[in-house]
Design a protein around this ligand. Sequence first.
Ligand code: PRX
Length: 648
Amino acid sequence: MEKIEAVLKEERVFQPSEDFRQAARIRRLEDYEALYRESLQEPEKFWSRVASELHWFKPWDKVLEWNPPNAKWFIGGQLNLSYNCLDRHLATRGNKAAIIFEGEPGDSRILTYQQLHREVSKFANVLKGLGVRKGDRVTIYLPMIPEAAIAMLACVRIGAVHSVVFGGFSASALADRINDAQAKVLITADGGWRRGNVVPLKVNSDEALADAKSVEQVVVVRRTGHEVPMERGRDHWYHELMASASPDCPPEPMDAEDPLFILYTSGSTGKPKGVLHTTGGYSVYTYLTAQYIFDLKESDTYFCTADVGWITGHSYVVYGLLQNGATTLMYEGAPNTPDEGRIWSIIEKYSVSILYTAPTAIRAFMKWGEQWPLKYNLSSLRLLGSVGEPINPEAWFWYYKVIGKERCPIVDTWWQTETGGIMITTLPGVHPMKPGHAGKPFFGVQPEIVDTSGQPVNNPDEGGHLIIQKPWPSMLRTVWGDPERFERQYFSQYPGNYFTGDGARRDEDGYYLILGRVDDVLNVSGHRLGTMEVESALVSHPAVAEAAVVGRPDPIKGEGIVAFVTLKTGFSPSAELAQELKAHVVKAIGAIARPDEIRLTDALPKTRSGKIMRRLLRQVASGEEIKGDTSTLEDRGVVERLKSTPAQ
Ligand code: PRX
């Protein structure tokens, strides 16, 4: 414990190595500062310069129009993101690896830019053949295999709006997302490999489609090779459709503000929201952030461990990297299959130079022991990244020493599904690193820390709400089908400013330290989950009267899920019922939402006005002393009873 306390108080500052700095794209603090200043004072000039490095069918007339909460970027411009990811590189990088794929069973494939261009063009024609038109929605429910990237890029090529659903989500979560987007086509696989088991994606898809009638056609990729039911007229094998598809598919010129993709994420209500990103701004911002923050060089091999089902997979497995002509590595499976050295063996095998992963993974690596990475040659690594949740200094040091050998800078990148790209980080060749602090705002990003009345908190190290004051190119444009929710959720607390939902502090050097969510959103292993989402899954079980879900600190996952549940008359608490409820949540949402603990209790702590006192539940869940005012409780005895209910 003492050791942990000591590292939490760590205030050491780490400089990038001189070698790294000398070779970095941006290496002088003055250059960062000048560019940052320009990006805020003359955003038109700054973003025009960046955007003109990409290919446009038609140049924009105006860089930005800002009528809060609605931003429009590169108005009048026309481009296609698949063109910028593929066609643009054919002349100079045609035979360079675009995607290196490593399957869990050990199979591997490399797709050059030429090959990827061909596969994407063919699949784009397949989609057209299935009746997909510009603006139609296509749901993608695939494992981490190249076809996931191919499907995304093929949608983008013809102007269809993709909605990727993480393969770990259940049939019912998939159905909700298909219904919300009213997707016309679903792209899935017979299965994917995870810890040697088959993830039953097609079986889940069939179950989902029973409740999701908008889908007319299903494309099934053969991955695991086991038998799956195929419905005549509706289901088609990917390889069969591809066999006769033409490789010639000119990209659709898209307006900069045309919808690009929808990605569902959890908020503070029970229903996940479809975050909408549009074409121009998202392209430009992910292109620039990937280039500078990962300091991309022509020779890099970049490996991000995120699944394409999350925003990290969209922006920093696929789009940001391919727009830069980089080589991106996709790994299908679990980090401990066949053993705990898998990630390090992949790095050695492909000479990976940049690794981007999450603190929860780093903590698992620490638990498994440094003997695993020490078995492999990691000398190809030159830069490390972290994303998804605050990185505790202990994990930071481990990453820095054991993986980076004190040679590789670490970028601790703060951002969100809604922000589209990285917002706060150090630039690896410029900024000293402070473990636990994400760092400085990226170009064009103007964060502020405010109190609940919206007043800036100027005192260094005092906490407040993190807001972003100006629009940035890859800002979400709306919540799909619910513009009112978009405004209420993000722009109503601090009118004219984007509210992140996170708490943060800023030190005297202007470094931001993210404190975590201030709303009812949990961060479990770097995955966002709404407490209400888990609660509504629980109350849909016939035995449950009421449920309240809270997070509690977890040494590996960051946050664990504890559910307090009262039962309807006629049901009595038992370990079996608790297990059944956990399985019920997994069925409703997916394994990532499985409660770590269920407490079947006779009452929840409520105020006289009927509001559940979550603060008390959090204290009970983490075994803390009950602190703070309990005088408003309707039934004072409830806390003692809660403490004595068995955790199951
Ligand atoms: O709380 C912050 C946390 O993850 C949230 C966003 O989750 P999601 O939309 O799923 O995107 C995750 C990947 C970009 C944020 O509101 N978060 C993300 N990165 C960091 C972080 N918290 C602290 N430090 C980070 N580097």
